[in-house]
Write a protein that binds this ligand. Structure first.
Ligand SMILES: NC(=O)c1ccc[n+]([C@@H]2O[C@H](COP(=O)([O-])OP(=O)(O)OC[C@H]3O[C@@H](n4cnc5c(N)ncnc54)[C@H](O)[C@@H]3O)[C@@H](O)[C@H]2O)c1
Length: 313
């Protein structure tokens, strides 16, 4: 299967692994990576790369036309913790980049769009356990407000203009190849680096904060699956709930202690505690299971083993 793909924000935590996975699947030359900065060696050397600012419509359009791009994966965004510090910049990046890509699809210059949403679309009034696909959504963070608005626009562009846009609400993603980019669930990656350095971990969330998480391999598989699914099977044109596992800092600590019995943690919650408290603890992703056969594979034990083994190399 050959098709030409553009990834915007390709050098980040998800973009790096997504680019490599798509290149393996569709051919290196078919997948153009782009970002406002250069990425790691494997990304830069395995296929075409362009410096591109996602907020510049003309620049995005030029790359799309030059490479005859058919599908865009828009991964550039400002994440939850950073967005609380720079609300206007976050809104500007998260919304304008999405409009640019949706408008290119509306004008039929591209024919399919992937845009990720997040569990941050939910808020303090959302049911916390087994959060349904359709439920109360009153996000209280800058990031969550931008993601919820983005979902409404995706749905609008589909209904009004027939734009084939697909989306999932990623939970916190755990990976070892690239460092995380300023989210509230970053602790679940930092903790492995600290354990391997034989140091005590200072956690910015308290010990009982249960959040939905997912191992990166599952997230990449979900992303490719929803993009390859027949269009008529996609019944949610805002975004799909996606679930992997749910755990607390205390539980991940216990899991790490199976390999590092003397690993220590202390809790010093900061402003990110309030963000985490506004999010669900677990997610119901039965709509994704029903529509495109989604099923996660990695639980906390497997994720811990993978992280310690790969980071320890
Ligand atoms: N990582 C997670 O746990 C998680 C969870 C839920 C949703 N998401 C969403 O997935 C997407 C990717 O997240 P990530 O974790 O890879 O983020 P990241 O911060 O690691 O990567 C974002 C990339 O976008 C680039 N970028 C920033 N501004 C840009 C601009 N103006 N033009 C072009 N590129 C720009 C950055 O340089 C970076 O490489 C985002 O939409 C994010 O909201 C991520």
């Amino acid at each position: 299967m050959r098709k030409s793909i553009l990834i915007i924000g390709a050098c980040g935590q998800i973009g790096t692994e997504l680019t490599l996975a798509l290149r393996e699947r569709y051919g290196n030359d078919q997948v153009v990576a782009s970002d406002i900065r250069e990425g790691n060696e494997s990304l830069m050397e395995s296929g075409p790369f362009e410096i591109l600012d996602a907020t510049n419509y003309e620049a995005v359009e030029n790359i799309v036309m030059h490479y005859e791009i058919e599908e865009v994966y828009l991964m550039a965004a400002m994440l939850s913790a950073t967005a609380e510090k720079f609300p206007m910049r976050a809104w500007d990046l998260n919304m304008n980049s999405l409009f640019h890509v949706l408008n290119l699809a509306k004008e039929k210059k591209i024919n399919k769009v992937f845009w990720p949403s997040s569990i941050a679309v939910f808020g303090p009034t959302t049911p916390k356990e087994g959060t349904p696909q359709h439920t109360i959504m009153e996000p209280s963070t800058v990031y969550g407000i931008s993601k919820q608005s983005g979902e409404r626009w995706c749905s609008y562009y589909f209904k009004k203009y027939g734009v084939d846009v697909r989306s999932v609400r990623y939970p916190g993603l755990i990976s070892w190849k690239t460092l995380p980019g300023g989210g509230t669930t970053d602790y679940a990656i930092d903790i492995f680096h600290t354990a391997l350095a034989n140091k005590k971990y200072k956690c910015f969330l308290n010990e009982g904060t249960k959040l939905p998480m997912m191992y990166m391999d599952d997230a990449i598989r979900a992303t490719i699956a929803i993009m390859e699914c027949d269009a008529d099977k996609i019944t949610e044109r805002s975004s799909y709930n996606l679930a992997g596992m749910s755990f607390t800092p205390a539980e991940i600590t216990n899991c790490i202690r199976k390999q590092f019995p003397s690993f220590e943690i202390e809790y010093e919650p900061d402003f990110r505690q309030e963000i985490a408290d506004s999010w669900p603890s677990s997610i119901d992703d039965s709509a994704a299971q029903r529509d495109w056969d989604w099923k996660s594979q990695f639980d906390l034990d497997q994720t811990t083993e993978e992280m310690l083994r790969n980071l320890g190399k």
